[in-house]
Design a protein around this ligand. Structure first.
Ligand SMILES: [Zn+2]
Length: 206
């Protein structure tokens, strides 16, 4: 039986909050979640630097506070922003992690989910390298499903029902991941993953 999209299991190491198999580029832009708070929400973002251009080292450099101001006119405005996400999924599907999932990354800004503000406190932020109107890649859909599957397995309060776009928690201010992100397609992929994990005879470890 072909394993198809379930063939590459990803795993979150619970003690460190690191994703096994991701490239690790640890950001200084993070701090602790408020006492007693753990991740309950997953926020999907889109990012490209400069806007609309893909590839290059710029996202790594922004999230590590090292973006060179002079490399592009757009960078002048954002180079000193102290921002991060827990992880970025590049166009080719490569996953880069910047902040351990147990810690608070600085991705949501002013935001509100079901009446609760400051979503950074209780969320995981995952960026897709992309732009609002540009189709995301097959590899990104697949890897996002894999990362979310691993997160749901690791953090008890995360659930498939509590996954939103940045535009959902900061409407009027943020538009990412944009209309290009096909939620129904991605949710179907995620359900496939979750079903494979819970199926009898699947090779998940206890
Ligand atoms: Zn965003």
């Amino acid at each position: 039986m072909p394993l198809s999209s379930a063939s590459q299991p990803l795993k979150v190491e619970p003690t460190t909050g690191l994703l096994v198999g991701a490239r690790q580029v640890l950001s200084p832009h993070f701090d602790a979640r408020p006492p007693g708070v753990i991740a309950e929400l997953i926020v999907v973002h889109g990012i490209s630097l400069p806007p609309g251009e893909f590839g290059g080292p710029w996202i790594d450099l922004l999230f590590t506070g090292a973006l060179p101001v002079d490399a592009h006119p757009y960078f002048r405005d954002i180079a000193r922003s102290r921002v991060s996400a827990h992880a970025v999924i590049r166009r080719d599907g490569q996953i880069v992690q910047y902040v351990p999932f147990g810690m608070r990354a600085w991705h949501a800004g002013q935001s509100q989910y079901r009446g609760r503000s400051a979503c950074n406190d209780f969320s995981v932020g995952i960026e897709l390298e992309g732009a609002d109107e540009t189709p995301y890649t097959d590899a990104q859909y697949k890897q996002l499903a894999g990362v979310v599957d691993a997160l749901l397995a690791a953090y008890p309060l995360l659930a498939a029902e509590h996954i939103v776009g940045h535009s959902d928690i900061a409407p009027g201010r943020k538009t990412d991941p944009g209309p290009a992100f096909e939620w129904p397609r991605w949710r179907a992929l995620l359900q496939e993953r979750l079903a494979a994990r819970s199926a009898p005879g699947s090779n998940t470890t206890p």
